[in-house]
Design a binder for this molecule. Structure first.
Ligand SMILES: N[C@@H](CCC(=O)N[C@@H](CS)C(=O)NCC(=O)O)C(=O)O
Length: 208
């Protein structure tokens, strides 16, 4: 079997990051093809849906971040075998994708509209989503979202909470997760403390 190639933008977050982390944690050798924004328009037509991430493996290509997370999660031993636990894992990843898509879709808006929409999302649907995600974590015992162990669901939430707390999103209060969902913050810090995750970011020399 050849090495999988993950194609994503040259950023240490967003939709490609959980798959990278899964392969790092699971010791799956992979090619990390980091696309520069300047090169994207030339590469875009060659992707299945005109977007990244894309995973190439054994001469085939697949798109859609959560599908990729499931696939690499299986390669890395970070996806549940049990059907119900797999459904819980999927639920978590889809819940993050749903709210992240709403927040990120404000990116191209004119400044005033972006500010209004982000403030409204932060006060309403984003806070609600954080609260509900926290409740689902607590319902599973408070440490992991599925299977009683680290799965790709935890990595998806980790990447999202880290992003929200990074200050990169103008008009979304940087302390929103701390105020609304402190147990998601604890979860993020716990995943960050995983030796493989810690070593990975230390090696990339990026703020965590
Ligand atoms: N539903 C897709 C969304 C993919 C997506 O919108 N990717 C963004 C980056 S996170 C992208 O490629 N943007 C550039 C473009 O659309 O031209 C997924 O989950 O993978």
């Amino acid at each position: 079997m050849s090495k999988p190639k993950l194609v994503y933008f040259d950023i240490d977050g967003a939709r490609g990051e959980a798959a990278r982390l899964a392969m790092v944690i699971g010791g799956v050798p992979f090619e990390d093809d980091r696309v520069k924004f300047a090169d994207w328009q030339a590469r875009k037509p060659h992707t299945p849906f005109g977007a990244l991430p894309v995973l190439e493996h054994d001469g085939q290509t697949v798109a859609q971040s959560n599908g990729i997370n499931r696939y690499v999660g299986k390669l890395a031993g970070l996806y549940p075998n049990d059907a119900w636990q797999a459904a819980l894992c999927d639920e978590t990843m889809d819940a993050v994708e749903e709210i992240a898509t709403r927040v990120w879709s404000t990116m191209p808006l004119p400044a005033a509209e972006k500010k209004a929409q982000r403030e409204s999302l932060a006060a309403g649907p984003l806070s609600d989503s954080l609260d509900r995600l926290q409740r689902r974590l607590v319902a599973q015992g408070g440490r992991y979202f599925a299977d009683g162990r680290l799965t790709v669901a935890d990595l998806k939430v980790f990447v999202w909470i880290r992003h929200l707390r990074s200050g990169q999103l103008d008009h979304v209060p940087v302390d929103l997760p701390d105020r609304v969902a402190p147990q998601l913050v604890e979860h993020q810090e716990r995943v960050m403390g995983h030796p493989a995750v810690d070593a990975y970011y230390a090696g990339r020399k990026v703020a965590t």
